[in-house]
Design a protein around this ligand. Sequence first.
Ligand SMILES: Nc1ncnc2c1ncn2[C@@H]1O[C@H](COP(=O)(O)OP(=O)(O)OP(=O)(O)O)[C@@H](O)[C@H]1O
Ligand SMILES: [Mg+2]
Length: 244
Amino acid sequence: MLRLKNVSKTFTMHIRGGLVIQSFEKVSFETRAGALLAVTGPSGVGKSSLLKCVYRSYLPTSGEILYATAGGDTVDLASAGEWEILRLRHTEIAYVSQFFHVMPRVPALEILMEPLVIRGISRSEALGRAKEMLSRAGLGKNLWDMYPATFSGGEKQRLNILHAIIAKPRILLLDEPTASLDRAYKERIMEMILALKREGTGMVGVFHDRDALLALSDTRYDLTLGAYCPVNAKDAGEIARGDC
Ligand SMILES: Nc1ncnc2c1ncn2[C@@H]1O[C@H](COP(=O)(O)OP(=O)(O)OP(=O)(O)O)[C@@H](O)[C@H]1O
Ligand SMILES: [Mg+2]
């Protein structure tokens, strides 16, 4: 469903005399429908930048990101035009950012209905589905008409995840989706992600949280090593001894 071939990203800092920062280099992996590939590596190695390149918030410096669309075409997300990217974001590709940027002065319920309304679902059906999702994630009625800017970190994160999954995307990119959730909510959210995976969504995820990594991942790509690794290898030592 998604195949990366030699994807690299550098940042050129013009305000610092053209200093070039290498974020990640020559990443190649693939993931299929109904499976989650975890991208791991220490802080600053380029995990978030990689997801942003797939979502095309960042333009990759080189390489190909080949995506097999619902319509049967193959689109290179690294070079596709802006309109094509926008269309895919509205219909097939969703992203949970590491840090939630809330839309100002839009109530939570409206935010959650938006991905459904964009896909042509009626407002009344969207309203019903949004309310049901909010309740399942423990976001009670008292929050529905509130602006998420006032939400707690965990409430914002749950809304962020619901916004990405409510319309059942074909590809879901998850950047630390459970980082600020307590155990009970983490389990509810993980259950929702697993349910979506069973329905065939292909996923790429980043998790510092080991429980989430083990529970959700089918394969793992280590950015430091530039190679696939066993999901359950605990540390680099184990990886070095073992079966990458
Ligand atoms: N917009 C940007 N401009 C310049 N440098 C950037 C930009 N975005 C990321 N970087 C740099 O790219 C590198 C990788 O950052 P990134 O956020 O992808 O790391 P990460 O692996 O997700 O780290 P963490 O685990 O802490 O979230 C860092 O050195 C960062 O400073
Ligand atoms: Mg990150």
